[in-house]
Ligand binder design. Structure first.
Ligand code: FAD
Ligand code: NAG
Ligand code: NAG
Ligand code: NAG
Ligand code: NAG
Ligand code: NAG
Ligand code: NAG
Length: 505
């Protein structure tokens, strides 16, 4: 049976293919071709301008976003393969989307193509015997906390509830369990992936192990992952966590950074997030510190003592949280605001192996000067995620494509300009945007210089899009990644996320 739900009045769109020459397409030609394929009931094909299309393509970051003229929302795995084949037959570019929280500006190279919206593939199943969880690509982190917790298990995730679980995994997956359990991709046992030619493969340590290696760190480049199975762990310390939020006055920035630096290597059960933000009441910069400990309060406060000893603080909130509620509530309960869709986030990322105190003081000064002179960008922030990395380091470097296991701090969200969308599009040459990008590059370069890596290195999922391939994937991993790219996606269908080359060097 063929049930295709066509909706909306599409305006003739010029669909540009960046692979081949420009191709003219439109709703009638696309829908005629689409009708030649067999689709499952529930699969939706929608066109620009319709409510279904909006629902299928609305994303979180609207700074330099991808655009589409058609969206296909498969209801079953087989339709993912069909969608890939259809887009390729039409010679239009395609981009699969999971949580739609990608922040890379390379995604903007996709203009006017086909979105393969994976949101309907959102099944979750926990296998207590095998001690695994299997999720579809429409599952977001926030969807797995409660079912896992109720079953007595936990898994490493990112810190926000809204990004796509598989989408994050493909680049790494860093968060508060890095010290105890490793990267999210370290929990991956197997995945199912639709290749550029429509073939469905299973990848694991025993099935297509070479591709499995590449999927773990550069997985956006090889195909569309339709399902992933991860190993889970029993709840650590009964799933009881301690979260402390502090406002650290800017006068104490030096002693604060010294304290953080002195705690490194961070104990496996303790994480520190530091954010430099503007306080609109005080009209000056302040530091927010989020300390999170895996375990009960007394032991947590002891582990946090080097920072707590800098008090008293103008604001201090100690709370005990069950793991399934941790990411919603830790860090000033910022998650709800962070997850609001359609915001402008212009993000520069960087990794640090060493935490250089004078550099921290100097970049916080740069942020402070920026806030003073650029009132329109005062919702920007510099965010340092000082995650422990014992379990990340316990996995041999050559076991996966992920290149930065030795990082101890990840920077992100450097410039988060949250402004009205209309303003940005109406004024492409906005001076705030230029100033923000200039500061972003300046601060990133300052941090890279003392990062302990010699050069800029960046976690692929925090990369802006102007970095070198070596900075993102690591020179050591690139030859093997390029060979995999040449083997599995020689015509570069999956080219919009920090594209790998088909040969290197
Ligand atoms: C608010 C916020 C918080 C974040 N917190 C963290 C964090 O704590 N830890 C962390 O590691 N990262 C974090 N990130 C970064 C995150 O890892 C990346 O933005 C990631 O790419 C998001 O994946 P997604 O599926 O939501 O996004 P999408 O925009 O849907 O996808 C991003 C890229 O991945 C590809 N992709 C997605 N799903 C699939 C699939 N199933 N098969 C093939 N390709 C796919 C897409 O084609 C696209 O190229 C955060 C990002 C945001 C915006
Ligand atoms: C749509 O595209 C088809 C094939 O590319 C073409 O024959 C047709 O004229 C187009 N329709 C419109 C309204 O332009
Ligand atoms: C601004 O600073 C004051 C004094 O430190 C503090 O009480 C207030 O909570 C801060 N506001 C925000 C939004 O952080
Ligand atoms: C302290 O944090 C908890 C969540 O961790 C929250 O429920 C509570 O409202 C916070 N208290 C204040 C005063 O912000
Ligand atoms: C950070 O602390 C140093 C040392 O006390 C101080 O000189 C500097 O002004 C502080 N930074 C800001 C932005 O206030
Ligand atoms: C830094 O990058 C430059 C240019 O890409 C390269 O020549 C140099 O060897 C790199 N340095 C280190 C320490 O990796
Ligand atoms: C699809 O590509 C894979 C990987 O290159 C290859 O092994 C497979 O044979 C191809 N399938 C078809 C039908 O061409």
């Amino acid at each position: 049976m063929r049930v295709i739900h066509f909706s909306g009045l599409a305006i003739l769109a010029l669909v540009r293919s960046s692979v081949a020459a420009a191709v003219q397409s439109n709703e009638s030609s696309f829908s005629a071709d689409a009708a030649r394929y067999r689709w499952a009931p529930g699969t939706v094909i929608s066109y620009k301008g319709s409510p279904d299309f909006r629902q299928a393509t609305e994303r979180w970051d609207i700074y330099k976003p991808p655009t589409y003229s058609v969206a296909i929302t498969p209801a079953v795995e087989a339709d993912v393969a069909t969608a890939v084949k259809l887009a390729r037959q039409q010679k239009v570019p395609l981009l699969a989307t999971g949580g739609r929280h990608g922040i890379s500006t390379t995604l903007a190279k996709m203009q006017g193509g086909v979105a393969i919206d994976l949101s309907k593939l959102n099944s979750i199943s926990i296998d207590k015997k095998a001690v695994t969880i299997t999720v579809g690509p429409g599952v977001r982190f926030g969807d797995v906390y409660e079912p896992l917790y109720k079953a007595g298990f936990q898994i490493q995730t990112g810190t926000a509830t809204c990004p796509g679980m598989i989408g994050v995994t493909l680049g790494g997956g860093i968060g508060r369990l890095d010290g105890l359990q490793g990267l999210v991709l370290d929990a991956l046992v197997s995945a199912r992936i639709v290749l550029a030619n429509g073939t469905l493969l299973e990848v694991s340590k025993t099935s297509n192990p070479d591709l499995f290696w590449g999927v773990q760190g550069a997985g956006q480049n090889f195909g569309v992952v339709t399902s992933a199975t991860y190993k889970v762990q029993p709840l650590y310390k009964g799933g009881i966590w301690t979260s402390v939020d502090l406002i650290v006055p800017i006068e104490k920035n030096l002693s604060y950074f010294k304290a953080v630096s002195g705690m490194l290597p961070m104990p496996a059960d303790l994480t520190v997030q530091t954010t430099a933000v503007y306080n609109t009441t005080l009209k000056r910069t302040q530091l927010l510190s989020s300390l999170v400990y895996a375990g009960p309060k007394e032991a947590g406060l002891k582990a946090m003592a080097p920072i707590l000893n800098l008090g008293p603080f103008p604001f201090q909130n100690v709370s005990t949280l069950a793991l399934d509620k941790l990411n919603e509530n830790a860090m000033f309960q910022a998650n709800a605001a962070i997850c609001v869709k359609q915001q402008i986030f212009d993000v520069y990322g960087f990794n640090l192996k060493t935490f250089d105190v004078p550099t921290m003081v100097s970049v916080v000064r740069k942020m402070s000067d920026f806030f003073d002179t650029q009132p329109a960008a005062r919702k920007s922030a510099l965010l340092l995620e000082t995650w422990p990395n014992q379990a990340v380091m316990a996995v041999p470097d050559d076991a996966t494509a992920y290149p930065w296991r030795d990082a101890t701090t990840y920077g992100r969200g450097l410039i988060e300009e949250i402004r009205q969308i209309e303003l940005r599009w109406d004024t492409p040459g906005d001076p705030v945007e230029a100033a923000a990008n200039s500061l972003g590059r300046d601060v990133r370069a300052a941090l890279a210089a003392t990062s302990g890596y010699g050069n800029l290195t960046v976690y692929v999922n925090y990369a802006w899009g102007d970095e070198s391939l070596e900075s993102i994937y690591g020179a050591k991993k690139l030859p093997r990644l390029a060979r995999l790219k040449a083997q599995y996606d020689p015509s570069n269908v999956f080219q919009f996320y920090h594209a790998l080359p088909t040969s290197y060097p």
